[in-house]
Design a protein around this ligand. Structure first.
Ligand code: AVI
Length: 321
């Protein structure tokens, strides 16, 4: 493996890029999709009709908001903690309903991006002035641990959008187990999970004709170009999506169309690609009830209830300990 000179202290991004591109098969983590450009591209993806996930979950929350809000408030005051809140479009449906049901709660969106939190706080404050919002900037676990040490309010934790699907099974179990450690008997974990379905619908969602998902996937190379002074030629790579209906795993790749060398100047590392060599960039796991039950069990969580949209494309699960 070609390593940068030992004297350089690498950031996590630099380290992971270097390891991933020197590995076989090559891989990069989808968590690095989300810089300023990646955020805008993901907003565009969420607005595409073929990307059914967003509208399906919106419909679930809108159609079941009364029951969901009543369930959240059934044991008194609580903190509504959202992991990775984004623009909050779906959450606002619940926030409004919680206000209408006169619930006592504080909305605590957690996001790594200061800028996203600022925007979300401004829009919630102007659209729903009754909501007490107290955003927390940091990683999910830093935030959850800090909140746990600050007060012992009941927690309702939201993790929407099938973000859990971007984790491999062992990572998903680890993630849920960490949350489980911070939950008390009346706490709720409310998770959006994309479901197994007609494989063609999944391929259409992740391989749109307009090429927005392709731009989103290739943006990771752009980011490496900018941040690590690399010379990836995006035209020499193609976006490729694969879905295996047996295990429910959708995988995104970038495929090198030619044999080529890429130089990462900041790290003084050069990477060789054979023609048609792949970089695996993302997993978007699709689940069914049995798989979600299994995940929960492994993490020490029980499914109390679930809500689905009309087409059964998407489900939101309510977990307790
Ligand atoms: C954020 N995450 C749940 C999206 C997904 O569906 O896996 C990211 C995405 N990748 C391509 N399109 C959307």
């Amino acid at each position: 493996m070609q390593q940068p000179p030992k004297t350089i202290k690498l950031t996590d991004f630099e380290q992971e890029v270097c390891e991933g591109l020197n590995d076989f098969p090559k891989h990069l983590s989808s968590k690095y999709f989300y810089d300023e450009i990646g955020d805008v591209l993901f907003q565009k993806i969420m607005a595409m009709p073929t990307y059914y996930l967003t509208q399906s979950e919106y419909d679930i929350l809108n159609n079941h908001k009364k029951e969901i809000a009543a369930m959240f408030k059934s044991n008194g005051d609580f903190d509504l903690i959202e992991l990775g809140a984004g623009d909050g479009k779906k959450t606002k449906v619940l926030l409004q309903e919680l206000c209408e049901q006169n619930c006592e709660f504080t909305y605590i969106p957690i996001d790594i991006s200061k800028n996203s939190l600022k925007k979300l706080t401004a829009s919630v404050t102007s659209e729903l002035p009754k909501v007490k919002i107290d955003g927390f900037q940091g990683t999910y676990f830093e935030a959850l641990k800090e909140l746990d040490s600050r007060n012992h309010k009941r927690k309702v934790i939201l993790f929407l959008g099938s973000n859990i699907g971007n984790l491999k099974h062992d990572q998903a179990i680890h993630f849920l187990s960490e949350i489980r450690q911070l939950m008390q008997p009346n706490d709720i974990l409310f998770i959006g999970v994309d479901q197994k379905k007609n494989p063609q619908s999944i391929l259409d969602a992740y391989n749109d004709k307009e090429g927005i998902t392709s731009q989103f996937n290739k943006n990771i190379l752009n980011r490496i170009n900018k941040e690590l002074q690399a010379d990836f030629d995006l035209n020499k790579f193609m976006h490729w999506e694969n879905y295996d209906p047996e295990n429910g795993t959708a995988k995104s790749y970038l495929v090198s169309k030619v044999e080529q060398k890429v130089f990462l100047r900041k790290l003084d590392v050069s990477i060789h690609f054979k023609a048609w060599e792949t970089i695996h960039t993302e997993i978007s796991q699709k689940y069914d009830d049995d798989m979600v039950n299994w995940l929960g069990k492994e993490a020490g969580l029980k499914i109390q209830e679930s809500f689905q949209n009309h087409s059964k494309a998407f489900k939101d699960y309510v977990f307790t300990i």
